[in-house]
Design a binder for this molecule. Structure first.
Ligand code: NAD
Length: 337
């Protein structure tokens, strides 16, 4: 006996172009009969003392309860006395892995047409631990924290992801020849996890060599797992290989199986409210969310409709060299479903 109750998911439309592209996602998901009921939460206009940020406690509770959500871009409010929105989400929901699929879009020409890789970035420590101080005048220190617990957790996620998605290889990206203790520990944890997955090939690639290989021949890679700072840089490099910000999705994975998918780009204030934004990145983030929920049929259906619309070339937004408005592009995708 199966229940047909819809799955509840949190939706943060976000700021700037966020509400326009979130509307596109809602319309396309509805047209595809995706069994999801959105619980919408907006960024507040004042600081919630319980979160010390413009995100309310209720909106965080919504993600904790639903375990799954989609997030539009959020503009970083200026001024002191509050936490950054993205940092609040990352810390409060313990979003420890950032997963970015990067694949070439058929029909949209870039320098490469054979990119099909996944970057998995450790999201909680490394150089981004926020531990910087001045030792004496003219000398500062920044602490890079690597723990066994966080390294095992992200490595485990990478291998689990590879296995669940029929991927063949996991590459750990590092600089352990120089950072012997920190990156050394990260690698040791990856090796330990690799032993539990003999069916997945495991390799270690030094970060500088990895950059060279990625720009020369991205098809050399499958799943890449790495500490925070390397992940920040490499994932943007990979986004550049397939066409940039308007196209690249991501998903944040948290403790207890929380998944918060989000577009990589910001709120694009220069084009906000003008019906010009490309909703593809947020849509593909929504597709990642559907895959996380094992709704693969719906994910394939929507992904194919997006790719076919872009490949056909008749309706493309301005960032892809076209003339279509957000709403026209959205309608074209619905017609392709
Ligand atoms: P941005 O990504 O908003 O914009 C950079 C350029 O890319 C702009 O020219 C913009 O028009 C274009 N662009 C971005 N997304 C697009 C889309 N979907 N379709 C068409 N064009 C698109 O970066 P920014 O201008 O540096 O940042 C603006 C605001 O967004 C800032 O407040 C920043 O803090 C915030 N931001 C938020 C996130 C997030 O929520 N994850 C990420 C990055 C920046």
């Amino acid at each position: 006996f199966f229940s047909s109750a819809p799955i509840r998911a949190t939706l943060f439309p976000g700021d700037g172009i966020g509400p326009e592209i979130a509307e596109s996602v809602k319309q396309i998901f509805k047209a595809a009969d995706v069994p999801i009921e959105w619980e919408e939460h907006y960024v507040g206009t004042e600081i919630d003392p319980r979160t010390q940020s413009f995100l309310t406690w209720e909106s965080l509770e919504s993600v904790r309860k639903n375990q799954v959500g989609l997030k539009g871009p959020m503009a970083t409010p200026i001024g002191k006395g509050h936490r950054s929105l993205n940092l609040t989400l990352r810390k409060e929901l313990n979003l420890y892995a950032n997963v970015r699929p990067c694949y070439s879009l058929p029909g949209y020409k870039t320098r490469y047409d054979n990119v099909n890789l996944i970057t998995i970035r450790e999201n909680t420590e490394g150089e981004y631990s926020g531990l910087e101080h001045q030792v004496v005048r003219g000398v500062v220190e920044s602490l890079k924290i690597i723990t066994r617990q966080a390294s095992l957790r992200v490595a485990e996620y990478a291998f689990h992801y590879a296995k669940a998605h029929g991927r063949e290889r996991v590459s750990a990206i590092h600089k352990a020849n120089i950072m012997q203790k920190t990156d050394g520990l990260f690698l040791k944890c990856c090796r330990e996890v690799a032993e539990k997955y003999p069916e997945i090939k495991y390799e270690e690639v030094v970060i500088d060599n990895c950059c060279m290989m990625l720009v020369k021949n991205p098809a050399l890679f499958d799943v890449l797992v790495m500490p925070n700072l390397y992940g920040d840089i490499i994932s943007d490099l990979c986004a550049g290989l397939v066409g940039g910000l308007g196209l690249t999705p991501s998903c944040n994975i948290g403790e207890g199986g929380i998944a918060l998918a989000e577009a990589v780009h910001g709120s694009a204030p220069d084009i906000a409210g003008k019906n010009l934004a490309n909703p593809t990145a947020l849509l593909l983030s929504g597709v990642s969310m559907l895959r996380h929920l094992n709704l693969h049929d719906k994910a394939d259906q929507i992904q194919n409709a997006i790719l076919n619309t872009i490949a056909e070339g008749k309706y493309r937004t301005a960032d892809l060299g076209g003339k279509a408005k957000t709403t026209e592009f959205t309608k074209a995708i619905i017609d392709h479903l």
